[in-house]
Ligand binder design. Structure first.
Ligand SMILES: Nc1ncnc2c1ncn2[C@@H]1O[C@H](COP(=O)(O)OP(=O)(O)OP(=O)(O)O)[C@@H](O)[C@H]1O
Ligand SMILES: CC(=O)N[C@H]1[C@@H]2OC[C@@H](O2)[C@@H](O)[C@@H]1O[C@H](C)C(=O)O
Length: 365
């Protein structure tokens, strides 16, 4: 099957769309992929809705701004779909749709991804699987991370020596450990680029720390770093997940941009190192994907702490599209009732399938 996966992550750069050939068990081939950036007006609507969703926090009526943001999310997905479908020269057989996370409160079984799966299915004329976090949360899981099943399929496709770890550096960082017996351990390790992006944008210095230049020019504040690492999240063990806005940034007002970014970059690397210490064995290789793998200062800091870190692209993967590909893979699994999540990945009591299948409305009926 040719399956299209969409991911619009917490960094709000845009919609990733990636096609893969898969039967939901193996990854047979990679097909065209693209990033369709949000237009400024779309990003503003989504940023506003995210801020309102944080204030709402799941109590009472959801903010009206979610509707306008949902329309923007839909438009951006259609643009991305048109681009990859044109590149592939055909429609996919199935779509995996994540939606835009605006709030994640797993302890209250609440996660909110905006987007209209039925409208997407109607517009594309293709069945769409969405809501892939919901059954997991309802069954007592964290609802995240979802990508471990796909990381495991990639490890198999590349015949990677086990144990191996995959590390995704998006707004939030998440890791998947694949043990010698193919057992999975996964969780969100802490922030990746989210806080760095936030301060760079607040100071009017662009959207992110391009090439890690700010971090390279700054000095790490060890006291702030120690304080950041004392957050409750790092006391936990086992499956756990984060909202992109779970960590404070108010302390940074007293710092130069360079020193704040250097400290946040060390925070990301140290929180991954803490996560690594909780693993049953040291992975022989860390396969690093997500936007943070393009930051050489962060990659260097990770290599110092973890050992063998390889950019996913160097292994023949597409570091910027692993999450979108994962949504495609999971949609193919969902359509067959195969598990999406496992006790070791989200804390769900038993392997569990999930997702809802939306069929396109018949034209003219
Ligand atoms: N050349 C680069 N130099 C430094 N940082 C970069 C570079 N390219 C991307 N990034 C970082 O990666 C981020 C985007 O990463 P990515 O697209 O993986 O996140 P996401 O998928 O939106 O988030 P999440 O995985 O948490 O949902 C950017 O916001 C930026 O911080
Ligand atoms: C609630 C939510 O959207 N979480 C994201 C976020 O971004 C990275 C990390 O935190 C991960 O847990 C998850 O995304 C990926 C796709 C996942 O579920 O595996």
């Amino acid at each position: 099957m040719l399956v299209l996966g969409f991911m619009s992550g917490t960094s709000l750069d845009g919609v990733d769309a990636a096609l893969i050939e898969t039967d939901g068990r193996r990854v047979d081939a990679f097909a065209p992929a693209c990033l369709s950036p949000f237009e400024d007006a779309e990003r503003n609507l989504i940023q506003h809705a995210t801020a309102e969703a944080l204030k709402w926090n799941g109590y009472g009526a959801p903010p009206a701004s979610l509707c306008a943001a949902e329309a923007a999310v839909h438009e951006a997905h259609l643009r991305a779909a048109r681009e990859v479908v044109a590149a592939a020269g055909r429609l996919p057989d199935l779509v995996g749709f994540h939606g835009q996370t605006v709030l994640h409160r797993p302890e209250r079984k609440l996660t909110v991804q905006i987007g209209d799966a039925q409208a997407l299915s109607d517009a594309l004329g293709v069945p769409v699987v969405a809501g892939m976090r919901l059954d997991d949360l309802a069954a007592g899981g964290q609802g995240a991370p979802l990508v471990p099943a796909y990381h495991a399929a990639l490890a198999e496709k590349l015949s990677l020596e086990l144990p191996v770890a995959f590390l995704n550096l998006g707004g939030v960082a998440n890791l998947t450990f694949i043990g010698a017996e193919r057992e999975l351990i996964a969780f969100d390790t802490g922030p990746a680029n989210g806080l760095i992006d936030q301060i760079v944008q607040a100071r009017g210095a662009g959207r992110f720390d391009e090439g890690g230049r700010l971090a390279a020019a700054g000095v790490v504040d060890e006291d702030v770093l120690a304080q950041l690492l004392s957050h409750d999240h790092f006391r936990g063990t086992g499956p756990r997940s984060l909202d992109r806005y779970d960590f404070p940034l108010d302390w940074a007002d007293a710092f130069s941009l360079e020193n704040a970014v250097a400290t946040l970059t060390a925070f990301t690397a140290d929180s991954v190192a803490l996560a690594a210490r909780s693993l049953p064995q040291a992975p022989g290789t860390w396969v690093v994907c997500g936007g943070g793998c393009h930051n050489p200062v962060l990659m260097e800091a990770l290599s110092e702490r973890l050992g063998n870190c390889r950019k996913a692209d160097d292994l023949g993967l597409r570091s910027d599209f692993v999450e979108a590909e994962a949504m495609a893979f999971l949609a193919a699994r969902s359509a067959q009732g195969l598990p999406l999540t496992y006790p070791g990945t989200t804390g769900v009591p038993a392997p569990l399938t999930g997702g809802t299948l939306y069929h396109p409305a018949l034209i003219g009926v």
